[in-house]
Ligand binder design. Structure first.
Ligand code: NAP
Length: 302
């Protein structure tokens, strides 16, 4: 009975949350990105930049003159720690600066499966791979930032973090798998990471900020693993209820590029172009630290 509810509850919670977001979107206008100045000379890495929200982020950045790295090198597979290491190594060999890192790539509701490193897919791709990528690129981000022009790490999370639970003793869902709970956990983990990273950077006096962004519910391939009847309903109503990928990219671009946010966006959670309050666990310093230290251990970085 307990196992049944522990599987069903995350499903109910996630769909109720989705319904609430959809209704809010129906009665509100999407955030419109203000006109941005040219950004020539800046270098950005955008994970998952080949489709969906990431593609729109890349397109807009490139139009403003940013040198954007998507998959210029070998494929960056965030589900493989070795691939992340290799990607960073090839990037560093080019001796380019790095001003913006957008941790955007993601998977949702994928069937149970393990990465080559033995991690659960949502946890690995959405969170741990990005943790490692950011960690390995921190020195480059610090070198490129300066007073009045900080480098920025933007973590693309989701409102799903609000119902996420961090299972510190079972981050990889070995004791039971719920795709819904795993997605929500990974999105909460991104926020905890983003906030803790920002505090560490501030404490060290480094010219780098880190923030988290919710793009809203957006019509992309992310929903391909949704239960078929829901997926069909979703595609039928997409135009009415969902944001377009360009609209979803607006807050991400705002956080990554906006001069108005210089020194302002760090540590925060951004949705619809504004800094927003969110759930208490997100700001729990003990939870942030425990997840940070466990992640370092999992990555063999301590
Ligand atoms: N769409 C929404 O309603 C929504 C809502 C809230 C948050 N988000 C977040 O927004 C982000 C972007 O999602 P999206 O909606 O744009 O979905 P999408 O169109 O499916 O894009 C996801 C991107 O991530 C890449 N990716 C997946 N697994 C990867 C891996 N192992 N290594 C490297 N890249 C990988 C995909 O590349 P391939 O195509 O090559 O697999 C794709 O380019 C995600 O973090 C998602 O959680 C989306």
């Amino acid at each position: 009975m307990f196992a049944f509810w522990s599987h069903l509850l995350p499903v109910i919670k996630l769909y109720l949350l989705g319904l609430k977001v959809l209704l809010t979107q129906l009665f509100s206008r999407p955030f419109r990105l203000p006109v941005m100045p040219r950004q020539d000379g800046k270098v950005a890495i955008v994970t998952g930049g080949g489709s969906g929200i990431g593609y729109e982020v890349v397109r807009h950045m490139a139009r403003l003159g940013v040198h954007v790295i998507i998959v210029e090198f070998k494929k960056l597979d965030l589900a493989s720690l070795q691939s992340v290491h290799q990607f960073v190594q090839s990037f560093k060999q080019r001796r380019l600066p790095l001003h913006i890192l957008v941790n955007n790539a993601g998977v949702m509701l994928v069937p149970e499966g393990r990465t080559e490193d033995g991690s659960e897919q949502h946890f690995a791709v959405n969170y741990l791979g990005h943790f490692l990528l950011t960690w390995l690129l921190l020195d480059t981000l610090k070198d490129a930032g300066k007073c009045g022009l900080f480098s920025r790490v933007v973590n693309v999370s989701s409102s799903a973090h609000r119902i996420g639970k961090i299972r510190l003793h079972d981050l990889n869902s070995r004791q039971g798998y719920s795709a819904h709970a795993a997605y929500c956990q990974s999105k909460l983990a991104q926020l905890l990471f983003s906030s803790h990273l920002h505090q560490e950077l501030q404490r060290g006096g480094f010219p780098v900020t880190s923030c988290a962004v919710d793009p809203g519910m957006v019509d992309t391939a992310l929903y391909r693993h949704l239960w078929t009847p829901l997926r069909l309903a979703q595609s039928a109503l997409a135009r009415l209820l969902l944001r377009t990928p360009a609209e979803g990219a607006a807050t991400v671009l705002h956080a990554a590029l906006s001069p108005a946010l210089e020194g302002e966006c760090g540590g925060g959670y951004w949705a619809d172009g504004c800094r927003q309050m969110t759930t208490p666990p997100t700001f729990d310093p003990q939870l942030q630290l425990s997840l940070w230290e466990t992640s370092l251990q999992l990555l063999g970085l301590q």
